[in-house]
Design a protein around this ligand. Structure first.
Ligand code: SF4
Ligand code: SF4
Length: 220
């Protein structure tokens, strides 16, 4: 989800790369699960999030959508987000002990929090959200250690490609003012990047790159 905000109001005013130290380490979130509750529709899931969660849970996207996620219109396109449920408006994966039950396969936003991404010039960097994490005395950690992902170069390429693909499609739709094109664009993206499963015995990023190339040829 794109937000137009003044970075100075929500961050410490710095931008970070993978090798920078940042005060993000909330020591395993002990005793706190605040950012797993009341997040509304803000935890938008990308194709890697859905692939990783569905594979880890042994579910199809439709099954996953039936209890853990919902579809929303996000900047003109229909995209899935993690569902907040019940009186507490908590993520369905938050267990009775207040811990994440899908920690190993949790989505990118959860993995990154309290960092956010700042996109500029077909690229992005990270920033520290200073009003979001309730934990005091967070310690410094290297961004790449905090993200805790294999293949970080491929991952960052994927994140940037996906963001700017959606942005380009959204701008195209905004210019076209055509409801049927908007509907078919959403259907194309849902079908090709979420509903159609990625093979688990092949590299996700290679499969994604092929689908993205076809998507770019379809739209532009
Ligand atoms: S997936 Fe896990 S970390 Fe993310 S909001 Fe749900 S319970 Fe919290
Ligand atoms: S608010 Fe901070 S400490 Fe609490 S669960 Fe989220 S990241 Fe962890």
């Amino acid at each position: 989800m794109q937000r137009e905000v003044d970075l100075r109001e929500i961050s410490d005013g710095k931008l970070y790369g993978l090798n920078d130290m940042v005060k993000a380490d909330c020591q395993d979130c002990t005793g706190c699960s605040d950012c797993c509750r009341g997040m509304g529709t803000s935890l938008v899931l990308d194709p890697l999030d859905v692939h990783t969660l569905c594979t880890g849970l042994g579910k199809t996207f439709e099954e996953f959508l039936s209890y853990a996620a919902e579809l929303q219109v996000c900047d003109g396109l229909i995209l899935p987000n993690l569902k907040m449920a019940g009186e507490e408006e908590a993520c369905v994966f938050l267990n009775a002990q207040g811990r994440c039950s899908v920690h190993a396969v949790r989505p990118g936003f959860c993995r990154m929090f309290p960092l956010g991404r700042y996109y500029d010039g077909r690229s992005f960097q990270y920033f520290l959200q200073i009003h979001e994490c309730k934990k005091e005395n967070r310690s410094k950690i290297k961004v790449k250690k905090w993200l805790d992902r294999p293949d970080l170069a491929k991952y960052e390429q994927f994140v940037g490609d996906w963001h700017y693909f959606l942005k380009d499609v959204q701008e195209l739709l905004e210019r076209a003012h055509d409801d049927s094109l908007t509907r078919s664009a959403s259907m194309y993206i849902l079908k090709n990047f979420y509903l159609r499963p990625f093979c688990t015995d092949m590299d996700f990023y290679e499969q994604f790159a092929q689908r993205l190339e076809k998507g770019r040829a379809y739209f532009f």
